[in-house]
Ligand binder design. Structure first.
Ligand code: KIV
Ligand code: ZN
Length: 553
């Protein structure tokens, strides 16, 4: 009998009857209003909540990234949050155009305390919430729909009364209301309670309030969330006086998808966190969502060019490592190990942008747009091919190998990689020099001199052959020719150069020359040798000695 999971224990979420839904045809063409809840929802979910210094560090990063709305805490529930809100207000650390947001439950003493926290701020979003879900009404609060509406409207009236004082003192207050667990609330009830809150707050078209519709626990596929939102927006009586905000969680792994489809369904604003840190499986990951827009040619209106810094600050403040496969930010997300992917990337890169548009197979975006480098796109292990090795030698060492040499070198790397794990560039380079440069064999060049003899060049060299040091002499059209003549004539070493290339490896006075040479012997067998030196002639002679030693190996 195959073993079964106890799936009968669970019931399916009921889809929404909305056959004339329009959201599937919408395209995300502009950025929403972003609101970071890293310092509240994200912070609440940490094993070790952020220290004041860490909160500040995260806050400064959020400002740097361009967030204009930042939920800075739950000041009535936490003294650290209260102190942090006071700090940024008193130290004048809220730039023009940035609005702080504070969360508060529907209880008068908490509302009063929250007002104390935000006193003196230029502008504030007062985020009021209460649970509206069918299950919570029944199991947790034992309240009827009417009682829950009463609770929400009473709390709104309290917020209005207490913030009137703040408004009189010059603080502009915007109300945000969240029917918590919106997705688990009957749709008509969600509209009813939001409308009731609006009637108390009395927003206008010019001064809207925010209705935040959380998927507090993600319960269904994202299309169902989009249906719920389209239904809500169609039925909300005063849609033109509300900013529709989304706040998704990621229990099913589709927090970003839900927010994206929610935008298509007509939402205006998105709450979430960097890399999705938040309760349980997290919140909507704003980095992924913004970068998804970017990769579609839409301005994300967040500045995410220094991803390594965003990762570093986030890891430091949350003490949660960013996964190597985290979209757009993980260590491996722009890396190919597989040979066929590496070849495609190499070809795509060599072709470059097409009419200014990025088109490289396997790389949805240019890694340099987020502070990455092309070097990281290819790494070598046992899955990789010669393309990967060529890419590493080219990008790290500036060495471009002729194809036959690459074919010879490839099995060396394959064998090394079979030991398991990744072959780092320095290991590949070492293997390359062992194989083609510092080749053990009968010959070793001790020193040489090349002098002109009219149009011709004369090379006199001392070569160690086994245990003997032998003086050799030859003449030719150039130094290489003369050295070969010396080897052939004095040492009776028949060789014929069939391929030769020499170029500088890096710029500046320390530039190294590389000489790659291929010789054939009397049986027409071909041997490559490579020489490396700051001196081009030494590099060339070295490559010849290496090639002959490889022949004798
Ligand atoms: O997930 C949620 O419902 C919340 C609310 C407080 C908005 O975080
Ligand atoms: Zn939340």
């Amino acid at each position: 009998m195959p073993r079964k999971m106890p799936f009968q224990k669970y019931k399916a979420f009921q889809p929404v009857a909305l056959p004339d839904r329009t959201w599937p045809d919408q395209v995300i063409s502009h950025a929403p209003r972003w609101c970071s809840v890293d310092l509240r929802d994200g912070n609440q979910a940490l094993i070790e909540p952020m220290t004041p210094d860490e909160k500040l560090k995260m806050y400064l990063l959020l400002l740097e990234l361009g967030f204009k709305e930042i939920e800075v805490g739950f000041p009535a529930a936490s003294q650290t949050d209260f102190d942090f809100v006071r700090l940024i207000i008193e130290q004048d650390m809220i730039p023009e155009g940035v609005i702080i947001q504070v969360l508060c439950q529907a209880r008068e003493e908490l509302i009063i305390r929250t007002c104390e926290a935000v006193k003196g701020a230029r502008q504030v979003i007062f985020h009021l919430y209460n649970s509206t879900s069918t299950l919570q009404r029944k199991v947790v609060f034992n309240m009827s729909r009417e009682q829950v509406v009463q609770l929400a409207t009473d709390a709104t009236a309290m917020v209005k009364a207490h913030t009137d004082v703040l408004q009189a003192e010059g603080t502009d207050v915007i109300l945000e209301y969240s029917p918590e667990s919106y997705t688990a609330t009957e749709m008509d009830f969600a509209v009813e309670i939001c409308d009731a809150v609006m009637n108390v707050w009395q927003p206008t078209v010019a001064k809207k309030m925010i209705l935040n519709l959380p998927s507090t626990v993600e319960m269904a596929t994202p299309n169902i969330y989009a249906d719920q939102l389209e239904w809500f927006i169609r039925h909300l009586p005063q849609r033109d006086k509300a900013v529709i905000s989304l706040h998704t969680h990621n229990d099913r792994g589709t927090g970003v998808a839900a927010s994206e489809l929610g935008l298509m369904a007509g939402a205006d604003r998105i709450e979430g966190t960097l890399f999705g840190n938040g309760e349980r499986t997290g919140n909507c990951d704003l980095i992924t969502m913004a970068m998804n827009m970017f990769s579609q040619g839409v301005d994300p209106e967040l500045y995410l060019s220094d991803m390594p810094k965003i990762v570093a600050v986030s890891e430091e403040c949350t003490k949660i490592p960013i996964h190597v496969r985290q979209p757009y930010a993980g260590e491996l997300v722009f890396t190919a190990f597989s040979g066929s992917h590496q070849d495609a990337i190499r070809k795509g890169m060599a072709r470059g942008e097409s009419a200014g548009v990025w088109e490289v197979p396997y790389l949805p975006i240019d890694p340099t747009d987020v502070g990455g480098s092309y070097r990281e796109t290819v790494r070598v292990n046992s899955q990789s091919g010669k393309g990967g090795v060529a890419f590493i030698l080219e990008s790290y060492y500036g060495v471009s190998l002729p194809r036959p040499l690459l074919l010879e070198f490839s099995p060396v790397i394959q064998k090394l990689s079979e030991g398991g794990g990744e072959l780092k560039p320095d290991t590949i380079w070492q293997a390359f020099t062992n194989e083609f440069v510092d080749v053990e064999g009968p010959y070793q060049l001790i020193d040489y001199k090349v002098v002109a003899n009219g149009e011709r060049q004369v090379c006199e060299a001392r070569v160690k052959v086994g245990d003997n040091v032998i003086d050799i002499r030859g003449e030719g059209n150039g130094p290489i020719d003369a050295f070969i003549a010396a080897m052939v004539e004095t040492l009776n070493e028949p060789l014929n150069v069939i391929d030769y290339q020499e170029y500088a490896l890096n710029e500046g006075s320390q530039a190294q020359a590389i000489c790659i040479i291929a010789i054939t012997d009397e049986e027409q067998s071909k041997f490559y040798g490579v020489g490396l030196s700051q001196n081009t002639i030494t590099a060339a002679f070295g490559s010849i000695i290496a090639a002959i030693n490889r022949k004798w190996r």
